[in-house]
Design a protein around this ligand. Structure first.
Ligand SMILES: Nc1ncnc2c1ncn2[C@@H]1O[C@H](COP(=O)(O)OP(=O)(O)OP(=O)(O)O)[C@@H](O)[C@H]1O
Ligand SMILES: [Zn+2]
Length: 721
């Protein structure tokens, strides 16, 4: 009899033994369906010696039901899943779940039905139908997805289907993707670029673990360089994974990829429609997907024959996932490359201190691109001291910045204003009684969004219309908006430069690939004079006519005392500054601040990156912060305050007493209430050599918590709220 040990996808039980019935065959890594009580559960056949479980006598084993028709999870992926679970103190099945497609994808190919507008005119028009006809132009998807797109109910669409306004289309789920051509449009590289590209190409040919840090100034052509490595992998018939920090950047990437390789890559992200997800997952698993571009969730896919991983904008904090499995995709990408025995390229103009240290220590091979492509100069950076150059009353832009913008407008050049704050104003209060609008579910102020006439919480999504009167003192017309968000800056620009054509770029306004595409086309075509945006516009874009960047509030990111506040501010401003002067005309950057003496601001103004990193490294060394020491966090939450506090106290009471591990707290987390849950936090600061994960596992493993308490462990945390 063959006994199978399964890693099963069940929250309570993760390792179970089964028996292989006669006539079925499995391998280690096979994805199978097994009975669990009256239900069925998915599982992966695992090496029994690597997965401790309860020894059940042979006679009690139940047979598995089915082996699903997909290739088994390869050994390097199984090792990656084990490593990630172990390092981040996460359940193994939680990690493995990120590698699984939908049940439908596991079941195999075949076809599905999607729907699109038939072009017929409705005999009976309703407001919902009109909205659907308007919204669904050019769309094709399932009824459910179309309903979501058009913000109408499924019923409305079913009615339209009955009336012939929608027509069914049969979609082949395994239809092949067009092949990328490695030599479609190879560029002429500069000398530096060629040297970098050659090094990467050799690494791909070597097919051995080789981590690179591609450190190139903004506009140096990092993409062009790693594209040569991508081309080589395609020639070798190996798959490539390119990780981007956010979906908003993919549109731009897709266009460049298509220009270089003659066809777009395979996309993977959370907002793909069902049929596309199925198709992409199956192409990834079969090895047919040559190049996959995605956000961090693409990292755990079961690639058949990975040959290269690229992490672009590798410094970005959004590679760190802050719920579920709290992993850092940048770091796990390097580990995956090690298990797969392939090269990995971390590309950035502003690498994380951790990455620079690893390069210095010789762990990563550092490849430099010190100059912009085509002879463009880096922009000149200047400080606007807001204490002496005061904006007009009720305004946020200093006269010099406005004058520079006006000059650009007159010359037909573009300006970009950066403020990392969505909405109109971060706080609304009553002039009469001082009442402040706060989220009922979070310890956070509600942010006014004037475009949608709502007050919104940026933590939980709670929204409410802006009321006519103060809910506390019932005075009418007494609410004041405090501080600026990008919408307010846009109003100010419209007032000061009424003839300028503006584009507001935030995740509220640019929330679909179509809108992003339209924005890029307008900016490139010269149909926009001033771009006002959040961090969404700081990276990736290349607008040759953009010659002025204004940083509205450089001090914003320095508030809060986060461990990485200085580095993050440096990166954001250096990145957004890097959008200026990328074409033939020189660029200028104005940074508005009240703290010109702050180390970050001074380093930016002096263009002295090394000085900044040296100071930052010194400060982190003193604080025992990464990469010199290690941090971890334990976050305890519950819907009742007392329960969260009690659990946090119990954890604090059981703290380990070790010379190389210091425990701070418990204390209420800075975001003491989040999505209706009260939160307490303990911070662990350890020497680099300490086995923090083992310490935490031992420590928490001894404790029991009431049902409603959640205890999350965050290793190498990025968020300290
Ligand atoms: N060898 C080349 N031939 C033609 N165009 C190039 C070449 N190298 C770079 N470019 C162009 O220069 C521009 C900047 O390159 P790219 O966007 O790759 O820079 P980057 O280093 O990624 O910059 P950033 O970090 O600021 O995003 C792009 O429009 C790119 O197409
Ligand atoms: Zn909230």
């Amino acid at each position: 009899m063959t006994r199978l040990r399964l890693l099963v996808f069940n929250p309570a039980l993760s390792v179970l033994d089964y028996r292989l019935p006669a006539g079925m065959t499995t391998e280690i890594g096979s994805v199978v369906l097994a009975p669990l009580g009256p239900r069925q559960v998915l599982g992966i056949v695992w090496e029994a010696e690597r997965l401790p479980g309860a020894e059940v006598p042979d006679a009690k084993l139940r047979p598995i039901l089915e082996v699903l028709p997909v290739p088994p999870f390869p050994a390097p992926l199984r090792r990656l899943i084990e490593w990630t679970a172990d390092y981040y103190c996460a359940p193994m099945n939680g990690v493995a779940r990120m590698a699984l497609g939908s049940m439908a994808a596991l079941r195999g190919g075949g076809s599905t039905t999607e729907y699109r507008l038939s072009g017929l005119e409705p005999k009976r028009m309703t407001p919902q139908r009109a909205a659907a006809l308007d919204a669904l132009h050019g769309e094709q998807a399932s009824i459910r997805e179309l309903a979501e797109l058009a913000s109408v109910s499924d019923g409305v669409l079913r009615g339209m289907l009955g009336a012939g306004l929608l027509e069914p289309v049969t979609v082949d789920l395994d239809r092949p993707y067009p092949r990328a051509r490695p030599d479609h449009a190879a560029p002429d590289l500069s000398e530096d670029q060629q040297a970098a590209a050659d090094r990467f190409v050799v690494a791909v040919q070597d097919a051995a673990f080789a981590p690179f840090l591609l450190d190139g100034v903004t506009g140096s052509g990092k993409t062009e360089c790693y594209f040569e490595a991508v081309a080589e992998a395609i020639r070798q018939n190996r798959q490539v994974l390119v990780l981007l920090p956010e979906i908003a950047l993919t549109q731009n990437f897709l266009r460049r990829f298509e220009a270089r390789f003659g066809t777009p890559p395979v996309l993977w992200h959370s907002s793909l429609k069902q049929s596309e997800r199925r198709r992409a997952w199956r192409a990834i698993v079969s090895g047919e997907a040559q190049v996959v571009v995605g956000a961090r969730s693409a990292l755990f896919m079961p690639y058949r024959q990975l040959g290269l991983i690229v992490v672009d904008e590798a410094h970005e904090v959004s590679f760190k996932q802050d719920d579920g499995v709290r992993y850092n995709a940048r770091d796990v990408a390097v580990i995956r490359a090690r298990f797969e025995k392939i090269p990995v390229i971390l590309a950035s103009a502003t690498p994380a201190l951790e990455s620079l240290q690893l390069a210095e220590a010789g762990v990563y091979e550092k490849i430099d691109l010190p100059a912009r492509f085509g002879g463009a100069e880096l922009p000149a950076i200047d400080i606007v001291d807001l204490r002496s150059e005061v904006p007009e009353r009720g305004h946020w832009l200093a006269p010099r910045l406005v004058a520079e913008m006006r000059a650009r407008l007159e010359r037909g050049e573009q300006s970009l204003l950066f403020l990392n704050r969505r909405g109109y104003a971060p706080l609304t209060l009553c002039r009469h009684c001082g009442y402040r609008f706060q989220c009922p579910n979070c310890s956070a102020w509600l942010v006014e969004h004037r475009l949608s006439r709502r007050l919104a919480c940026h933590h939980c999504g709670h929204e409410t219309p802006v009321p006519e009167e103060c809910p506390e003192c019932h005075t009418g017309d007494c609410l004041v908006a405090c501080g600026p968000g990008v919408e307010r800056i846009a109003d100010e620009v419209a007032e000061l430069l009424p003839e300028a054509r503006l584009a507001l770029v935030t995740s509220d306004t640019l929330n679909t690939p179509e809108k992003i595409g339209a924005f890029v086309a307008a900016a490139e075509g010269g149909a926009i004079d001033v771009i006002i945006g959040t961090q969404l516009v700081t990276k990736g874009y290349h607008f040759p006519e953009l010659t002025l960047v204004g940083v509205v509030d450089a001090d914003l990111g320095l508030e809060g005392g986060d461990l990485r506040a200085g580095e993050r501010t440096y990166q954001q401003i250096a990145q957004v500054a890097g959008r200026a002067g990328r074409g033939e005309k020189p660029g200028a950057v104005l940074i508005q601040t009240r703290h010109p003496e702050a180390a970050v601001i001074a380093a930016l103004a002096a263009g002295d990156r090394d000085a900044f990193y040296a100071a930052e490294a010194e400060a982190r060394k003193d604080a025992g912060a990464p990469p010199f020491g290690r941090w971890a966090a334990i976050i305890v939450s519950s819907e009742t305050e007392a329960e969260a506090r009690e659990a946090a106290r119990a954890i604090g009471g059981a703290r380990p007493n070790l010379p190389d591990v210091m425990v701070l707290g418990p204390a209420p987390a800075p975001l003491a209430l989040l999505r209706g849950r009260y939160r307490y936090r303990l911070l662990i600061n350890a020497r680099r050599t300490a086995q923090v994960q083992d310490v935490i596992r031992d420590w928490l493993g001894k404790l029991d918590f009431p049902q409603g308490v959640r205890v999350a462990v965050d290793i190498d945390p990025y968020s300290f709220v």
